[in-house]
Design a protein around this ligand. Structure first.
Ligand SMILES: [Zn+2]
Length: 310
């Protein structure tokens, strides 16, 4: 072996020793929702595999636990959650039963994506059951603002970089790409919605405060009397009267709620009743985080035009 061959062999050995990303294989990522999976895919690219637990057409507060979820969690290197107790009703026992120390809350592989996001409707003072059942730590539907999408992307890039420092440059580059594309897309969505600023709407659940704030819709009431509490006749009557008083012609319903009460409200008030997916996977056309806003903004603009009321 001459010196040149020896050097090449040594360099090869050094290269292998400093390339654990390849030796380690892909980072196995599990997210609770398809929205987080879509953003994680943007940041991780081919360096990760990613699977979501809940489907976008399911109510993320109430997901039926399945044994297959535990298997996914057993294999995960990273678990990304929406947080703010969105998943409190179903996720904690699954994490525990996975017995995977990497993804327990507080462990390096556990990421709560809400920690760096703008959270609305944070209760002040004492939180009681009278406020409703499912939003005790502020509104957990914060991904419905592309500005929060960027913050979630950054939190994910930082977490991936922490766990796989050798791939840091890749993750940070992909974050830059994602942020740039999202900035451009957001300008388009804002321009589409601009003529309809201040449009008054009613939504079934409090899924859309971040969306409404970003795109300047005014939510004047909810079909649910309180988050997680089903409609009552008295509340529905009050809501109908308020909609008539304020001339509100749009009711937005998440895909997983019963249409009976929204349709009745529509008949009484002449309002359009629109099924608006709050998540990736909510309808089949919405296959990623960009298409979520494409779809919802288009649907809203068409519906507002149809009502002739903004
Ligand atoms: Zn909710």
């Amino acid at each position: 072996m001459n010196i040149r061959t020896l050097l090449a062999a040594l360099l090869g050995a050094v290269f292998l020793a400093t390339a654990p990303a390849h030796a380690q294989g892909k980072l196995n990522v599990v997210t609770t929702t398809e929205d987080l999976a879509s953003i994680a895919r943007e940041i991780g690219g081919d360096r990760i595999t990613v699977e979501a637990i809940a489907r976008g057409y399911q109510d993320p507060h109430f997901v039926e636990a399945k044994p297959s979820f535990i298997l996914k969690l057993q294999r995960a290197d990273v678990l990304i959650v929406v947080g703010r107790e969105l998943e409190i009703g179903w996720l904690p026992p699954l994490i525990q039963q996975s017995r995977n120390s990497k993804i327990q809350p507080g462990a390096e592989g556990y990421l709560d994506a809400s920690l760096t996001a703008e959270i609305l409707e944070v209760p002040t003072g004492q939180v009681t059951r009278a406020m409703g059942d499912v939003h005790p730590l502020g509104n957990p539907h914060y991904w419905l603002d592309p500005e929060n999408g960027k913050r979630i992307g950054k939190a994910i890039a930082d977490k991936f970089s922490e766990i796989r420092p050798n791939d840091r440059a890749t993750f940070q580059q992909k974050l830059t790409d994602f942020t740039t594309r999202l900035d451009t897309a957001e300008k388009g969505w804002l321009a589409q919605m601009a003529p309809y600023k201040g449009t008054k709407v009613v939504t079934y659940h409090r899924s859309f405060p971040n969306f409404a704030k970003r795109f300047d819709l005014e939510i004047i009431g909810y079909v649910e009397p309180k988050p997680g509490i089903p409609p009552s006749p008295q509340h529905t009557l009050d809501l109908i009267n308020e909609m008539k008083r304020q001339n509100v012609k749009l009711v937005l319903v998440e895909p997983y709620f019963d249409m009976k009460t929204p349709n009745a409200i529509g008949r009484e008030t002449g309002a359009e009743v629109l099924v608006l997916p709050p998540s990736v996977g909510g309808v089949k056309e919405v296959s990623d985080y960009f298409k979520l806003f494409d779809y919802d903004v288009n649907l809203l603009v068409q519906a507002i035009k149809k009502t002739g009321v903004k």
